[in-house]
Design a protein around this ligand. Sequence first.
Ligand code: 3HC
Length: 306
Amino acid sequence: MGGKGECMPPCRVETTIALPMSVSSIAVIGAGTMGSGIALTAAQSGIKAFQIDLHQATLDKAKTGHAKSLARLVEKGKMQQADADAALARISYCTDMAQAKGADWAVEAATENVEIKKKLFKAMQSTFGAQCVLATNTSSISITDIASAVGADAHRVIGMHFFNPVPIMKLVEVIKGLATSEETTQRTIALAKAMGKTPVPANDRAGFVSNRVLMPMINEAFHAWMEGVAKPEDIDQIMLLGCNFPMGPLRLADFIGLDVCHDIMMVLHRELGDPKFFPCPLLRQLVQAGRLGDKTGRGVFEYPAK
Ligand code: 3HC
């Protein structure tokens, strides 16, 4: 191991290696907010997408969302109807991973739980071909730990962290595990670019860069609210107008999901061992009450039913 900051070889975004083969089909495991956004973005980039989820109802919801997003783009004059139809036709909705076995890329976007992810990676390893990259959209879990589920295939496991809403957020955080090969990294960078994203490398430490910095800030906003420093709407207004945030931290927490914020803080706390990462009691309480944000109609704020 090297000195400070050199514990993992950083992946470089700019490279001269002429490796990446183009991706023609991608299996996206999980059809929640992130998975459905990844599948749509791939389809809009001309890549055939298999949207996979155990639950038909989740797939139906994703499909309705895809159709609505594309219709909005057509309405705004940003896309031709024929292109929207073609993008939608590129997405297949499957309850069985085996239906996507010909895919040359797989990205997992399931629940943020390490045991669930390891089980899925074993299934991905036995379903997809030996050249298929096995990516995870985990927001905070160690890539090295997830990769341990697939033994000798760990070299083709990588973190490909997208941001919500996927179709419009430019970043893909690219995270190498200890065994991730340079080829897997370069192919991931190429795919992110082909999907219109900007890949930026981060090392395999809990929360990587994005959530290591974002989540404690959101957690601190809950502390400020709990201590009565300001009302939630004023906390957000202050950050919106004073720091030029597109959304205040509490509105953003609802948007991400309070359960997701809570779970990421727990990973940071467990993995980095610093009490500063412990979730704010008020955040925990709202999660316990089922106030998860936009998806349940109420979190910090209330949202009208869509
Ligand atoms: N899908 C596609 N397009 C969308 C969209 C969606 N879900 N939501 C909004 N848009 C588009 C709108 O159609 C609009 O497009 P237009 O300019 O062409 O008309 C544009 O985005 C702006 O949307 P709105 O005018 O409705 O609203 P805003 O200007 O407030 O923008 C926002 C909405 C883009 C979500 C903006 O508020 C924002 O950037 N918020 C911060 C989002 C953020 O921080 N995301 C990262 C979360 S952390 C994460 O994902 C990591 C995870 O690990 C936790």
